[in-house]
Ligand binder design. Sequence first.
Ligand code: 6LW
Length: 489
Amino acid sequence: MRYKNPVIKGFYPDPSVCSAGGKYYLVTSSFQYFCGVPLFESSDLVNWRQIGHVLTRESQLPLGGAASSGGIFAPTIRYNDGTFYMVTTNTTTGKNFYVTTDDIYGEWSEPTEVAQDGIDPSLFFEDGRAYFMSNGTDDFGDSGITQCEIDIATGRKLSPSKTIWHGSGGRFLESPHLYRIGGWYYLMAAEGGTEYGHMVTCARSREIFGEYEGCPFNPVLTNRNLGGFSIQGVGHGDLIRKPDTGEWFIVHLGFRQAGDWEPYHHLGRETFLTPVRFREDGWFTAGRDGTVVSEFEAEGDFTQDTALAASLGSDEWVYLRNPDMTNYSLSAERYVLRGTDVTLDEKASPTFIAIRQRDFCGSLDVAVSSDGAEAGVSVYMDEHHRYDLAIRPGVDGYEAILRLTIGSSQYIRNTANLTGTKAKLRVGFGNYSYTFTVTDGGTVHDFGTMETRYLSSEVAGGFTGVVFGLYAIGEGSRGEFTDFSLDYE
Ligand code: 6LW
């Protein structure tokens, strides 16, 4: 059957995948958001269902003071001998660590740290031994893809860290993953940076610590030369084999520009699936002539569910940094948020609960009522790039506002007086603009449109994508949200 890319839409970058018990499990980065490291399950690599998060406790995920796009960088998931491992970097504490579980639906362990630097850590298991690699600096002062053997029970290094590959010449060599296939160790990596020059490269060796020989036709996957084309920035992948069909795939990140000729993206980096073919000489090719297109073929009789259902109470909602849960009362019908003095301008944890914008076109509707709070929805890229549609106490009763924040420029563009303490908020979205509407009883206030461009990664920088955050501000205040719907066209 044919399937469409991306297979996981919205801000779900740096995917890593493993298989266990006839299913596939996939994790992605999460940065300043809590819980951390979204966890997905699939039986065909095409349809993914989020089953929770890996890092669910502050003891596993301290995010105090984390900058936007700080916190958790690229994770790797592996399954070995009945246990799942997830290894990642908390860039805010500067630590590489892993957590484990024997029950993929249960809680994960406390972190075990590994004393090797760099980001994008990965694990490889073989013959009862465990190896750890990252894009670090080794014990001899050399840097690149750096590897050591570790004691998996304690995280202690059992060998010096050694740089095993310097890449094929691209900048930002990262994302190492090691595989043993047919007598070779294959090292797959990313180069070029996670923007338009991104690529997947690989090398192989007969011995685990090298010498690694670069693939003669690196990069094996990149869209860096495709212009006038929506899918860009493809790289940072993990290789996986389907045991039932013998097919190989890479799950990897990429992003979709707002239009084929509009070189910006605001949905963040998403998860793609690209077929891989091993050649007789043992090297592999990927995608269509080494590029990623929006549809590929996979064997098997299954259909792709493209619905992006979202509701209150689902597993996808996240907080900023470490939330104070006494400020949240959440059910599938209603979110009651207790405001504090922390605003959305701050690098802290405002009362804010968010869900990713997963596709270009659709609409968000929510009914909000306020008891002293500024309560509303923020179309949020980061604290400096966001559009807030809210109600709040005004000079003469309550008012609705649209606040625009672009860099250090912030202003309230629209206001309307309300007849009571509640309203219905609507954010419509298309490829190039958001549309804002406030309904107060029978009166509709049209707050106009604002460009998607100013919330894009090209403007805001960083590694995340737009989320919709329901929030409340004001010490001792309350905002109540009901009748939430998030629909995609
Ligand atoms: C990640 C690095 C990268 O750690 O971006 O796309 C960084 N590649 O591998 C943050 O996602």
